[in-house]
Design a protein around this ligand. Structure first.
Ligand SMILES: Cc1cc2nc3c(=O)[nH]c(=O)nc-3n(C[C@H](O)[C@H](O)[C@H](O)COP(=O)(O)O)c2cc1C
Length: 161
């Protein structure tokens, strides 16, 4: 028998995650669509694949699903404001925000992120109330720094034991 909704939420609270922003250009309007996620996984080394999960009722879902390319910006610990902004359910959340463009693909990327990854959408798997999007990594630029983490509904940074 499945667990209760509350038990399931407790699992989510127990899982710490790195925070990333998924970005696409909406095909119709060319506006930047951005979504904060903690579900990014480096999936495969050969070929180089990453994946993330997106809830089907996200307003960014249609644009992200339809896009043949997407950007991933893995945020550093000083980028909490960007995480909060792109986690808002606000159709104007990218208005006036400056994004960089990819080196290989024309995807938006958050400036000064720890990793800026350009992906071709390779596979979309629907699973429960989310879809899993797999991307083939066409370009990646990384820089040293501390990650932005999310745990128990709070942002924080990494501290070695
Ligand atoms: C730290 C953090 C991690 C999140 N991770 C995900 C995720 O992996 N997948 C997802 O669909 N939503 C995730 N969300 C929720 C979305 O960012 C949020 O629902 C957002 O409002 C959706 O924006 P949209 O309606 O413009 O698409 C996360 C939110 C936060 C704060």
């Amino acid at each position: 028998m499945p667990v209760s909704a509350d038990q399931y939420r407790q699992i989510g609270r127990a899982c710490a995650g790195a925070v990333s922003v998924i970005t696409v250009l909406d095909q119709a309007s060319s506006a930047v669509v951005a979504l904060t996620v903690s579900s990014l996984v480096t999936l495969s080394f050969d070929p180089p694949l990453v994946m993330f999960a997106i809830q089907k009722n996200a307003s960014s879902f249609p644009s992200i699903i339809a896009s043949k390319t997407f950007g991933v910006s893995v945020l550093g610990h000083s980028q909490m404001e960007a995480a909060q902004r792109f986690a808002a359910r606000d159709p104007h959340k990218t208005a006036g925000v400056q994004f960089d463009r990819g080196q290989v693909l024309n995807v938006p990327l958050v400036p000064d992120s720890l990793a800026r990854i350009e992906c071709l959408t390779q596979q979309i798997v629907t699973s429960g109330d989310h879809s899993i999007i797999v991307g083939q990594v066409e370009s990646a630029v990384t820089q040293d720094g501390q990650p932005l983490l999310y745990f128990a509904r709070q942002y924080g940074s990494f501290r070695p034991l």
